[in-house]
Design a protein around this ligand. Sequence first.
Ligand code: SAM
Length: 215
Amino acid sequence: MIDSYRHKGLRRALVKKLKAKGIQDERVLEAINTVPRHFFLDTAFLEKSYEDIAFPIEEGQTISQPYTVAFQTQLLEVDRGDKILEIGTGSGYQCCILLELGATVFTIEYNQRLSHKARALLHKMGYRPKFICGDGSKGLAAFAPFDKILVTAGAPIVPQTLKDQLKVGGYLVIPVGDHKSQKMLRITRLSETEYEEESFQNFKFVPLLGEYGWK
Ligand code: SAM
């Protein structure tokens, strides 16, 4: 795993592009500038690692577009020390961005092979989130409540169980829609019983599977 001056230069150019597209949170941009995205990609795509596009990883899944990662992370408003649940570990890239922001991350992945691969890579890179294999559509009740919950797959609905696992004042960021396109939502828990929902632009994610996902 080599992170050369060329890779660092390509990362700086990507950060500039994300800024031009409207990402303003300097801490998020700095995290993207820090994490070597080319470590997460299949060798076939290495040359394009710092283009603002999603790529296939194994098991028919994807590593999200950097703009999408930046947009979701910006919405989370991560504070140092936040306890975050990420649903959809995938390659592990988004998890590293959250860790760079000083969060404690629980990352859950449905596909066991992907989870094991991400664990091996992140450990090699020196990152130590808590990895869980299972159905993240149900959240992670054993470790709830969370300051923030991030869903990185497209959901048909907002699962109530995820809202229930937020701390008061916490955010749930989740793309919701059909198979073609999903609206990015940010749900804030205002009190034990009240939530506020904000709606942002549309994205395209692979489907969230499991009990409260697509069957
Ligand atoms: N965050 C990832 C990254 O940085 O590479 C990208 C995630 S990819 C767009 C979506 C992931 O969600 C896939 O790896 C998929 O297997 C996973 N997934 C789908 N349904 C899930 C569920 N119910 N629980 C946990 N993971 C799920």
